[in-house]
Design a protein around this ligand. Sequence first.
Ligand SMILES: Cc1cc2nc3c(=O)[nH]c(=O)nc-3n(C[C@H](O)[C@H](O)[C@H](O)COP(=O)(O)OP(=O)(O)OC[C@H]3O[C@@H](n4cnc5c(N)ncnc54)[C@H](O)[C@@H]3O)c2cc1C
Length: 416
Amino acid sequence: MRYSGFRVIKEALTGHLGWGPAWRDPEPKPQYDIVVIGGGGHGLATAYYLAAKYGQHRVAVLEKGWIGGGNVGRNTTIIRSNYLLDGNEPFYEFSLKLWEGLEQELNYNAMVSQRGILNLIHTDAQRDAFIRRGNAMRMHGADADLLSTAQITARYPFLNTADARFPIKGGLAQHRGGTVRHDAVAWGYARAADQLGVDILQNCEVTGFAIENGVCTGVETTRGPIRAGKVGVCVAGSSSRVMAQAGMRLPIESHVLQAFVSEGLKPLLPGVITFGAGHFYVSQSDKGGLVFGGDIDGYNSYAQRGNLPVVEDVCEGGMAIFPMLGRARLLRMWGGIMDMSMDGSPIIDRTHIDGLYFNGGWCYGGFKATPASGYAYAHLLATDAPHPTATAYRFDRFATGHMIDEKGMGNQPNLH
Ligand SMILES: Cc1cc2nc3c(=O)[nH]c(=O)nc-3n(C[C@H](O)[C@H](O)[C@H](O)COP(=O)(O)OP(=O)(O)OC[C@H]3O[C@@H](n4cnc5c(N)ncnc54)[C@H](O)[C@@H]3O)c2cc1C
């Protein structure tokens, strides 16, 4: 079924009896050409692009829970391509371009909203760094604008620019950045992949790999063994646990990241704002809630809820730029498991086991990467060669020293 405005009106007038399920609920087949483990945004996007761009239709996505139950449905929905390094910027700009055409391509309303993102500047040194970043973005074809304090005040009059502990001295804006409704991305990719023949198998947890003579020939699951020509792991926060089943130890730690939503307020925040003197980012959802977050909890964990010190830290960051936040009531908070890599950048690569591929290490920036990650991983799975925008995301960079350390923090996952 194709979705359209006409269809919505027709269904509204006829009691909504014509809507069918958005994707099938098939039984697992004994064998597929390619099995993707993990039905998050990246796994579903991978399956979609495998079918849509690389002609692979005997594909299954194995999800241990339900579609959208992982980080793809837990993030703060921010998309952007404001990266500095050559290894990153072309990839994230590719992703932003895919976001721009996504709803038409998938025939699904994912509420892609290019409302703009503004990174606040609080020191002269930070201004220099952001000018450099903005120039790097422009050199890669992305948009970037340096805004003065007066320009920021005109758009965001409530920001405390003058008598604050961290005065606002300007900002780096990317007007094409913004937000996307997170779980709709999972549903849109799932529906489009299903229509191209991909089997989406929910409640199907992978519990082991079939590895014979150094070749991965399939997986063990809670719904029985499934053979596969190629297996692509794409499980975000569960990366270390799943790859341990194949005997691999990854340069990744898992941490909790929390997110928060306030009660619904009148429209006040037209874009996304990030605080430059701490870790705090905020946007306003279409329902009116302020959606915000900050740092990860500082200890390793596979829990999907965090602790109070980070709640205090995030709210302090918010209050520093946005004192009226203190008047709003917090409606909800939750956590997701982040696959924090050692340099803050992801891995999309083959493993030393033939037929076994890995995609992970997205830290807390993986939502914006969803389309490009899926495209690049599909390219790798289909052709055995890295996608041109993802050639740097290799395992061996940690051995050779070619880290993609966007923040220059060293191998400290909790600082990325
Ligand atoms: C609170 C929070 C805020 C964030 N904010 C942003 C943001 O604003 N912008 C941004 O770019 N990024 C953000 N992120 C990061 C982003 O959400 C993640 O990097 C990205 O969603 C990870 O990829 P995914 O969607 O495929 O992960 P997931 O949705 O977590 O998918 C992985 C799937 O693998 C499944 N799985 C695990 N083990 C198995 C198994 N053994 N067998 C089968 N399936 C398995 C899981 O159930 C899960 O559904 C945020 C994350 C969190 C938690």
